[in-house]
Design a binder for this molecule. Structure first.
Ligand code: 5CA
Ligand code: ZN
Length: 407
C-alpha cells in the first residue's frame, strides 16, 4: 500500500562533519547492548498499526524510536531499507467495525490515512515498503506451506496451528519462562485453552472462514491469516533473513515477536533478525494508553488544537525510548518553550561551537538512542555563548538530521 512521504535527512558528512559513530542498541533477546553497524546497508522491520482507531501518543513514541534509530544509521553513512506492515485484517479491527457499523475496509483505510498524516506531521521517516496483511495473503500462504513441509503445522478443526516446539530456539526472543508465557499469551490474542491443540502456546497460522467475517480463497481453504505469520511473511519477503532490527513496542516481545521469529526460523533455518528492539509503553490516567481501554491522547487532536508537531515530537523525545512513562498533558507546554528557545538560539549570529554540539548529540544518540541526553546537550548549547559564526547553521542541520526536529 501507499507509504507516506519521508522528510529529507540532511547529511552532516556533506557539511564536512564526517560520519557518526556506530549504533549501540539494547537487544531484548540478548538482554544487553549490541553494536548494529552492518556493512553498507541496514535492514529494519517495525510492526505497524492495527488500524481501528486513531494514532495515539504511544504509537507515535514507538515509531519515533525507530525513526531515531534510522537517523543514527544514516549519519553513519548506511543505506537503510525499512519495511512496516499494517494489520488491516484482524479480530480487533473486525470487532470495532461491527460495533460501530462501519465497513471494516473503510475503517482500516480511514485510520491508516490518519496515521500517515500524523507520521508526516511529526516528520517520522517513512518505510519504503508499507505493506498490508490483505495484500500479503499469498506470501502468508507460501510461508505456511513451507512450515507444513517442515512438519511444524497441524490442524484444529479447519484452522491451522504452528507447533512452537518445532523451533529449538523458541523462547529466546523474550527470554520468558513458560509460566510467564502462559500468563501473557491469552492477554495478547492467544488461545491456550482451545481443545485439540498439542501445546497451549501453539499459535494460530490460518483461521478458516467464520460466518460474517472476511475470508480469502486459497489452497489452504477459505480463511484469513493469523497475526504472527503476517509479520514473518512480510519481513522475510521484503527484507530477507537475518535482517538487522525487528522493532515494536515492548507489548510485542511476547507472543508476537517470539512467534514470528520462530515461524521464520523453522521455515528458513536462518535467524529472523539480528536484534530485537522494543520501545517502552506510554501510559495515561494510570494505565497503558490503548485503543481497547480508550484512554487515548491522539496526535491528530493535539494537532487540531494548534500544537506545533515539532513540539509534540520534542515532548516525546524528552523520554528515553526504553522507559515506560506517563503522559500528564503539561509537558507539551514545556516542549513548546524548549522549541522556542532553540529557534531563538539557532538564529543568533554567533554561538558556542557547533562541532562540539554535533559530537555531543551524536554520542548521545549512538548510545542506545539517548534522546534525553541529546536534548540536554542542545539546551546547554542554546543557553551558552561563543564566537562560532557557523554555530546556528550547524546546530539547525544537526538537530534536523539526528533528532528530526525542524527549527
Ligand atoms: N499491528 C500490530 C503489530 S503487527 C499492533 O500491535 N498494532 S497496534 O496498533 O496495537 O500497535 C502499533 C505499535 O504501537 C506497536 O509497535 C505497539 O507495540 C505500539 N504501541 C501500542 N500501544 C502503545 C503504548 N501505549 N505505548 C507505546 N507503544 C505502543
Ligand atoms: Zn507485527
Amino acid at each position: 500500500m501507499r507509504s507516506w512521504s519521508s522528510p529529507e535527512v540532511p547529511s552532516l558528512d556533506a557539511l564536512g562533519l564526517g560520519r557518526g559513530p556506530a549504533l549501540t542498541i539494547h537487544d531484548s533477546a540478548s538482554k544487553g547492548a549490541v553494536t548494529s553497524d552492518p556493512e553498507g546497508a541496514a535492514r529494519l522491520y517495525v510492526c505497524g498499526i492495527t488500524p481501528y482507531d486513531a494514532t495515539h501518543l504511544g504509537h507515535a513514541s514507538t515509531y519515533l524510536a525507530f525513526d531515531l534509530l534510522q537517523r543514527v544509521w544514516l549519519d553513519r553513512g548506511l543505506d537503510v531499507t525499512y519495511t512496516q506492515n499494517v494489520t488491516d485484517v484482524d479480530d480487533p479491527l473486525l470487532e470495532r467495525a461491527t460495533a460501530t457499523g462501519i465497513d471494516w475496509v473503510e475503517l482500516a483505510e480511514r485510520e491508516t490515512q490518519l496515521f500517515r498524516d500524523d507520521m508526516t506531521a511529526l516528520r517520522v521517516l517513512a518505510p519504503a515498503a508499507y505493506v498490508g496483511a490483505v495484500e500479503s495473503i499469498d506470501l502468508v500462504v507460501d510461508l505456511i506451506d513451507t512450515l507444513e513441509a517442515a512438519g511444524a503445522v497441524y490442524r484444529v478443526d479447519d484452522d491451522l496451528y504452528f507447533d512452537v516446539h518445532a523451533d529449538a530456539a523458541f523462547g529466546t526472543v523474550s527470554g520468558f519462562d513458560e509460566q510467564t508465557m502462559l500468563q501473557i499469551f491469552p492477554e495478547r490474542g492467544g488461545d491456550p485453552d482451545r481443545p485439540g491443540k498439542k501445546h497451549p502456546l501453539d499459535c494460530l497460522l490460518w483461521l478458516a472462514e467464520r460466518p460474517g467475517e472476511p475470508s480469502w480463497e486459497t489452497r489452504l481453504g477459505r480463511g484469513r491469516p493469523g497475526w504472527h505469520i503476517e509479520c514473518a511473511a512480510i519481513a522475510l519477503h521484503h527484507l530477507g533473513t537475518a535482517f538487522d532490527v525487528q522493532g515494536g513496542g515492548s507489548d510485542l516481545v511476547f507472543p508476537h515477536h517470539e512467534m514470528s521469529a520462530s515461524e521464520a526460523t523453522v521455515a528458513t533455518h536462518e535467524p529472523f533478525a539480528r536484534a530485537y528492539v522494543h520501545a517502552g509503553m506510554v501510559g495515561y490516567d494510570g494505565e497503558k494508553m490503548s485503543k481497547s481501554k480508550g484512554n487515548l491522547v491522539l496526535v491528530s487532536k493535539l494537532r487540531a488544537e494548534g500544537r506545533d508537531p515539532m513540539a509534540i515530537r520534542l515532548a516525546l523525545l524528552a523520554h528515553h525510548y526504553r522507559s515506560d512513562w506517563e503522559w500528564f498533558g503539561g509537558e507539551i507546554d514545556g516542549a513548546e518553550a524548549r522549541l522556542a528557545a532553540w529557534r531563538t538560539a539557532v538564529a543568533r549570529p554567533t554561538g558556542p561551537s557547533g562541532q562540539d554540539l554535533v559530537a555531543a548529540v551524536r554520542a548521545a544518540m549512538a548510545d542506545d538512542l539517548d534522546a534525553p541526553a541529546a536534548l540536554a546537550a542542545v539546551d546547554a548549547w542554546a543557553a551558552g555563548s561563543g564566537d562560532d559564526a557557523e554555530a546556528g547553521a550547524t546546530a539547525r542541520t544537526a538537530i534536523d538530521a539526528l533528532l528530526g526536529v525542524l527549527l
